[in-house]
Design a protein around this ligand. Structure first.
Ligand code: SAH
Length: 263
């Protein structure tokens, strides 16, 4: 389709980050756009409380995994977004966290622009940053880490073991998205790469939500901790000495709480 002309009188698509879950972590810009949206396409990681900020009676279209639209059918989502621009003025594609971090926003952005449709990416707080503030994981605390790595446990065609081979964890905070189902592979690759079995690791389920759960351990123990506690998706993994800092601060926080709590 030749597009600049076809873009006329068509709606604009906003590719919006919903943040990690807590609605208070939505950006002002995202909130403003959601409040004027005529239709919202959302997926699994968007919490219902965030959808609640939209106007009543607008169309809310679920395009997550349970809809049968599998991730490899990204084309189907692209097509739905393009179709919506013929009918609506403000179209929102709402994604968990930040759309540019393991969010497949690139495919949607390219397909919309190729069709001559106006679109804009709106930043969200990615889960790693949500966790850093809500739990107290200063990702680059200078006594612990000079580097941050955002890795994915998965790649397009299966497990992403490449990223964990020959990876030295010292001096780094490593955040792993989509890693829960590949935790076994991740810890064994890290051990095979010469990392000490005592290297600290945390798994956080439902980060920033009321249902948040945090588990800490080391490369040797984490898999069984996760199994025993039946940890479910969405969960993010943090590897590095900063986990030890979190544990120490948690201990201090708890002891303050007991001093301050009423007798
Ligand atoms: N764009 C998102 C990431 C999408 S990839 C972002 O910026 O955060 C999906 C992965 O994100 C999940 O498998 C999980 O590892 C992580 N994730 C998203 N929301 C989460 C949450 N509330 N708690 C824990 N992990 C979360």
């Amino acid at each position: 389709m030749n597009s600049t002309a076809s873009g006329k009188n068509r709606g604009k698509v906003y590719l919006v980050g919903a943040g990690p879950g807590d609605p208070e972590l939505l950006t002002m810009k995202a909130l403003k756009i959601l409040r004027k949206a005529d239709i919202v396409f959302y997926d699994d990681l968007v919490s219902p409380r965030i959808l609640g900020v939209c106007r009543k009676r607008i169309q809310m279209v679920y395009v997550g995994k349970r809809s049968g639209i599998h991730s490899c059918l990204q084309d189907e989502i692209n097509h739905k977004l393009i179709q919506a621009t013929h009918e609506f003025n403000t179209i929102v594609r709402l994604k968990g966290g930040d759309p540019s971090i393991f969010g497949r926003v690139g495919e949607e952005y390219a397909s919309l622009l190729q069709d001559g449709i106006q679109c804009e990416i709106v930043a969200g707080i990615t889960t790693a940053l949500g966790v850093a503030s809500s739990l107290g994981f200063p990702l680059t605390h200078r006594d612990y880490a000079r580097e941050i790595l955002f890795l994915s446990g998965h790649k397009k065609d299966g497990l992403n073991s490449d990223s964990f081979q020959n990876l030295n964890c010292i001096g780094k905070t490593i955040i792993i998205y989509m890693g829960l189902n590949s935790l076994g592979m991740i810890v064994s690759e890290l051990l095979n790469s010469g990392n000490h079995k005592e290297t600290r690791i945390a798994v956080i389920q439902n980060a920033t939500l009321d249902s948040e759960r945090v588990f800490t351990g080391n490369l040797e123990t984490m898999e069984s901790i996760v199994a025993e506690n039946n940890v479910k998706s969405p969960a993010i993994i943090v590897v590095g000495e900063i986990v030890r800092f979190y544990e120490e601060m948690k201990f201090l926080k708890n002891s303050c709480a007991s001093i301050l709590s009423p007798i």
